[in-house]
Design a protein around this ligand. Structure first.
Ligand code: ACO
Length: 327
């Protein structure tokens, strides 16, 4: 059967590491509070010259190297991001330029932390139509550029990173993407949003002074919805494939909070040894969190051919989704 397979994965992070101890000097917080409430110990933060498109390009290049595919062979680039280099052009177009992927068309997907799962789902649909196409699905964020560094409720959570997967069609047995599942609920947008910078509240001196271009979040409410939606969509993916939780070899949830991931895994009855967690070193990197984790699992040999991998995302919008993959 023709399926979309992942030919290569890649990830990239900025050079600078910001620890919880460093944050203690910026806002009224403690390593103990951040570690116990979130599981985060450190995160990567971009410095001059590092942008969403440069990180995305580095991650994409690594996925191409792994696959042995040249940039000119790429047909399409989809970047999930909430922190684009600019409003226009789209980040995908900049990645296309940096990579020299002269034959690709490119665009962004704007689905917050679900951006990579949305991008991979779109890529899967294109590959189903044209199995020979080679598509880069990327999640890339410079959340540090839209973080309010005076708000301890949010600034301790986020980090910068990018992850990429190069996909194409294959008839290699049962390997590949088995199913994709996407959802949104715009009625709940006010629980996690960026007030300024769009046409409703355009950039202004006042907006900048109030830091209204930054992420605002009702953490407790987001937490409850994240646990519920991540659980439900994972169950939907299992049901669609007539699989049981114990069939899942590796569960890769969005790395938002260790307590959210633990609770979701408990509800799904997936044992902790099969849940991938790297939030300790990255923080919440939004759309980059799942592809970065996937790349780590891939390169470290954690993934074996034939393994069942379940990706599970949740983010602002709200948006959420799952992808079931036979590795
Ligand atoms: N350091 C110390 N104290 C803090 C900090 C901090 N960094 N932040 C908040 N506090 C205080 C609060 O002021 C509050 O104090 P009070 O009781 O005196 O009022 C207390 O800690 C508890 O605050 P809560 O907000 O209730 O803490 P909670 O246990 O809910 O943890 C957290 C907060 C970590 C944000 C959690 O709610 C969470 O993870 N929510 C989900 C986030 C998420 O999943 N986002 C996903 C998408 S992100 C995206 O799309 C970009």
């Amino acid at each position: 059967m023709n399926r979309t397979v992942i030919l290569g994965t890649g990830a990239a992070v900025p050079n600078k590491v910001l620890t919880n101890k460093d944050l203690e000097t910026i806002v009224d917080t403690s390593d103990e509070w951040i570690s116990t409430r979130t599981g985060i110990k450190s995160r990567y933060i971009a410095e001059d010259g590092e942008t969403t498109s440069t990180l995305a390009t580095e991650a994409a290049r690594r996925s191409l190297d792994m696959a042995g595919v040249r940039p000119a062979e790429v047909d399409m680039i989809i970047v999930g991001t909430t922190s684009p280099d600019m409003v226009m052009p789209n980040t995908g177009a900049l990645v296309q330029k940096h990579l020299g992927a002269s034959n690709a068309f490119a665009f962004d997907v704007y689905a917050a932390c679900s951006g990579f799962v949305y991008a991979l789902t779109i890529a899967d649909k294109f590959v189903k139509e044209n199995p020979e196409k080679k598509i880069l699905a990327i999640g890339s964020e410079l959340l540090s550029s839209i973080t309010d560094w005076q708000d301890r409720n949010t600034c301790v959570l986020f980090g910068d990173a990018a992850g990429a997967a190069l996909v194409s069609g294959s008839n290699d047995g049962e390997r590949g993407i088995l199913s994709t599942h996407l959802h949104s609920d715009g009625c709940l947008w006010e629980l996690l949003y960026i007030p300024g910078g769009g046409c409703v509240y355009p950039p202004s001196a006042e907006m900048a002074e109030k830091r209204d271009y930054c992420i605002r979040m009702h953490g407790n409410e987001v937490y409850k919805h994240a646990v519920r939606s991540l659980t439900e969509v994972a169950q939907e993916a299992l049901l669609a494939n007539q699989l049981d939780p114990e069939d899942v070899d590796l569960f890769i949830p969005h790395q938002a909070n260790i307590r959210i991931m633990t609770k979701v895994a408990e509800r799904l009855k997936i044992s902790p040894d099969r849940v991938y967690m790297n939030i300790e070193r990255y923080g919440n990197t939004s759309s980059a969190s799942i592809p970065v984790a996937l790349d780590e699992a891939n390169r470290s040999g954690r993934l074996k051919p034939g393994d069942l991998v379940l990706l599970d995302a949740f983010g602002g919008g709200f948006t959420w989704g799952a992808v079931m993959i036979r590795w």
